[in-house]
Design a binder for this molecule. Structure first.
Ligand code: ATP
Length: 440
């Protein structure tokens, strides 16, 4: 059986991974061997307007399906945890689903895949759940069922781990996690551990500022190094920890499209030629336009900091590939850039009035398309002088800084380091992993 859950948190607190951790603990109390692989933290459509933060949903695979009594117990314990610990409010619609392993049809797999690229409806999720006779439960309007169902069926190719360390959910206010540990981890373990400390902007990116119970999370490619690295972090006394298999840092949300095919709420990889030079608007956001046979606006928003300086160096005629999420803005569909690849730089020229070959003075124009004349010796010249401008930028891939990166975005440092989920999934024995905090 697979348990999926989503939408248990709000901007005021809680976190679906924390509630998932409470559920894992309660199931382990029945029998530790019931869960043999780490739960999954799956990031769905990052452009979803209903998301609280990172549009994450959690699924937990139960290994032993043989005892119906145990399965019923698991279902009731899990729902009680959702009901007791979820936040409440208009934008919090907690849900939990229970799927038999062999009930996941290609239609449900497709639904899960679409949950990364489109906006899906609650009705579709409910109709799929009913079609396979799955048990499910929800509080509020049922929106949580979308992520809960998708998290059970999403098939991973590349994947990463996140080791999350929690404080108690009763504890609120400023978190004590020192930056030094994150700096040391970035220096010592990158790229095996990624997105810990943003040196460019001097910002620690392992500890969320929100009032959720996460003290810090370390993202990386192997469990042993995550556990080893966590010893470098000094923080207030942790309460629990958990390990998740995730699609973070994999670019799973991006799809290659032509400009004509780009849809709102999708995340795309689009090739085009810069057709309008970059310009900066108030607030510091930088926009430019690219074209294939159609046109689309691309944006590097203020939080992308130094990335905007790269974008400002683009010029009409440059051939690029834009990577990012698409939103409908007042200017039409706009790609919120996560990365760009500059394929070819246009040759740019500076045009100047010609120099007189006789007396070396700059010549003056004698009218539109009539050419130039030297004021002193009256020598004429029809040619304007052009000198190539050296471009202060190179072809290649550029990404937004770590502090502005989406959970799903694959850091350039991870290129070539992809891991195959089906080959690696049982390499780590999760039954040996301790959730209760007795020091890592
Ligand atoms: P956190 O990352 O802090 O756990 P969150 O950002 O995941 O929070 P949620 O509170 O879970 O945000 O809210 C997201 C809501 O959107 C959920 O109800 C989820 O089921 C729903 N949802 C997720 N993906 C889609 C999608 N592609 N289409 C429509 N709804 C979606």
């Amino acid at each position: 059986m697979i348990i999926g859950l989503d939408d248990t948190d709000s901007v005021d607190g809680m976190c679906t991974t924390y509630i998932g951790t409470l559920i894992v603990e309660a199931i382990r109390d029945l029998d530790r061997n019931l869960i043999r692989e780490p739960p999954k933290l799956l990031r769905l459509n990052p452009n979803n307007p209903y998301k609280t933060r990172g549009n994450g949903a959690v699924s937990i695979r139960i290994t032993d399906n043989s005892n119906p009594e145990i399965l019923e117990k698991i279902k009731s314990i899990s729902f009680d945890i959702i009901a007791n610990y979820s936040e409440s409010g208009d934008n919090t619609n907690p849900a939990i689903v229970f799927l038999e392993d062999n009930s996941i049809t290609p239609e449900i797999q497709l639904f899960a895949k679409r949950a990364l690229h489109e906006m899906l409806s609650i009705d579709e999720a409910i109709s799929l759940l009913n079609k396979i006779g799955a048990d499910y439960n929800f509080i509020g309007n049922g929106r949580g069922l979308i992520g809960a169902l998708a998290s059970c069926a999403l098939e991973l190719e590349d994947f990463t781990y996140e080791l999350i360390v929690y404080r108690s959910h009763y504890k609120r206010g400023i978190k004590f996690v020192t930056e030094e540990g994150a700096i040391d981890i970035e220096k010592k373990y990158s790229p095996r551990i990624f997105s810990s400390y943003d040196f460019e902007n001097q910002r620690m990116v392992i500890s969320p500022h929100s009032d959720c119970p996460i003290l810090y999370g370390l993202r990386g490619e192997a469990v042993d190094i995550l556990l080893e690295a966590s010893k470098l972090i000094q923080s207030e006394k942790p309460f629990k920890k958990n390990l998740f298999i995730t699609n973070q840092g994999t670019d799973m949300h991006l799809e290659k499209k032509s400009i004509e095919e780009v849809m709102p709420y999708s995340s795309v990889i689009v090739r085009g030629v810069v057709s309008k030079n970059p310009y900066t608007v108030s607030g510091g956001h930088v926009f430019f336009e690219i074209s294939d046979s159609k046109k689309i606006l691309c944006a590097a928003y203020e939080p992308t900091k130094g990335f905007r300086n790269i974008i400002r160096k683009l010029s009409k005629g440059d051939e690029i590939v834009a990577y990012g999420g698409v939103l409908e803005t007042e200017h039409g569909l706009t790609i919120n850039l996560e990365k760009i690849e500059i394929l070819k730089l246009a040759e740019l020229y500076k045009t100047e009035k010609p120099i007189c070959p006789v007396c070396n003075n700059q010549m003056k124009s004698i009218g539109k398309e009539k050419g130039y004349r030297c004021k002193k010796c009256h020598t004429k010249n029809r040619e304007i002088s052009t000198t190539p401008i050296s471009r202060d930028i190179n072809t290649g891939l550029y990404e937004v800084p770590m502090c502005a990166k989406r959970h799903l975005s694959k850091p350039l440092l991870r290129y070539g380091r992809e891991k195959k989920f089906e080959e690696e999934r049982f390499k780590f024995d999760y039954t040996m992993f301790d959730i209760k905090f007795e020091g890592i």
